[in-house]
Ligand binder design. Structure first.
Ligand code: G3H
Ligand code: 13P
Ligand code: ZN
Length: 334
């Protein structure tokens, strides 16, 4: 047994060798039964990871740490895995490590071989048959190694890894197609398009999500699989007004940024959505805080002095999601 002091000052026992990543299937089953959703937070560096891990520990929440192709390119997969190992060693809550938006079989394989407990194969840009074929190839490889697979059907508007889809080319997920897709691919969870989108500009005017479609997709998919099937919502940042205002006040330029209202995410988490993806809000919390610091302390140049408050802001943001929006808080020991 080892005593570690975490980055944000919590001292606790850790059982280094006993702690392993968990799969997402177990997490989703409990979340669906309990009427809450697991937040999947994107990790790009040490401070973001520490903030999420500390928030999870303090609120007793299970978490999914997710890594995009861009994160792997920026930070190097080996660094990210070692940081996640550190999170396992310094916390006591269930942690899954997930590949976000895997574009092809090779990146999924690299992550599965590297020790991830879950991967996403995103074939949503392909025609249905091609998406089914690619997803099935990943499912076969992943399941043989005990790794779960998220797939995507329907096209979200927005930007991810430099791929831009404008609102005109976004297509909502069809319930019957979703049922066929899940049955034929054997995927473990499905990301659907019902009006969310990536980034800080999600709606022009009133925010709207197609919850009727969510209910139809749930019904159709549950009927073919015979159990409550986990649905995933990407593009679920709320883009809080106060963080946008703070960015703009301290030299940023984010005109008309708008996200998914928190009540809608809360509703989704109680109506069959088991995983909710959040990245933009973490970026806003970190950036607005650092912008403020630079303007208020032009004489400072020690990175710890601005990364520290940035990290604290991300932690507070994530704790708020867990407690007040997704309902994950208190479910680490379910
Ligand atoms: O889906 C997009 C996520 O926010 C990841 O973004 O591709 O810039 O790392 P990224
Ligand atoms: P946001 O851009 O709304 O944070 O969505 C993140 C996401 O879906 C990551 O896959
Ligand atoms: Zn996404």
């Amino acid at each position: 047994m080892i005593f570690l002091k975490s980055a944000l000052g919590i001292e606790k026992e850790t059982h280094m060798s006993e702690r392993k990543l968990v799969g997402t299937n177990e997490m989703f089953k409990k979340a669906l039964a309990g009427g809450y959703a697991i937040g999947a937070y994107n990790v790009n560096n040490m401070e973001i990871l520490q903030a999420i891990a500390e928030a999870a520990e303090e609120t007793r929440s299970p978490i999914i740490l997710q890594v995009s192709a861009g994160a792997r390119k920026y930070a190097n997969q080996t660094y990210l895995i070692k940081l996640v190992e550190a999170a396992l060693a310094t916390t006591t809550v269930p942690i899954a490590l997930h590949l976000d938006h895997g574009a092809d079989f090779e990146i999924c394989k690299a992550c599965i071989d590297g020790g991830f407990s879950s991967v996403m194969i995103d074939g949503s840009r392909f025609p249905l048959e091609e998406n089914i074929k690619l997803t099935k190839q990943v499912v076969d490889y992943a399941h043989a190694r005990g790794v779960s697979v998220e797939a995507e059907l329907g096209k979200l508007a927005g930007v991810e890894d430099d791929v831009k889809v404008d609102a005109k080319h976004a297509t909502y997920t069809d319930p019957e197609e979703a049922a066929r897709f899940v049955k034929e691919t054997g995927c473990d969870s499905l990301a659907i398009a019902i009006g969310t989108s990536h980034g800080a500009y999600k709606f022009k005017g009133e925010a709207k999500l197609d919850f009727e479609r969510l209910a139809e997709i749930k019904k159709a998919v549950n009927e073919v699989v015979g159990y409550d099937f986990p649905i995933v919502l990407h593009g679920s940042s709320s883009v809080p007004k106060e963080f946008v205002a703070k960015c703009n006040q301290f030299g940023g330029k984010l005109p008309d940024a708008q996200g998914v209202p928190e009540e809608m995410l809360n509703y989704a988490s109680k109506h069959g959505v088991a995983k909710i993806n959040i990245d933009t809000d973490l970026r806003l919390a970190m950036t607005s805080t650092i912008r403020e610091f630079f303007i208020e302390h032009p004489e400072k140049f020690d990175p710890r002095e601005y990364m520290g408050p940035g990290r604290t802001a991300v932690k507070e943001m994530v704790m708020h999601k867990m407690r007040d929006v997704l309902g994950t808080a208190g479910h680490a020991d379910d």
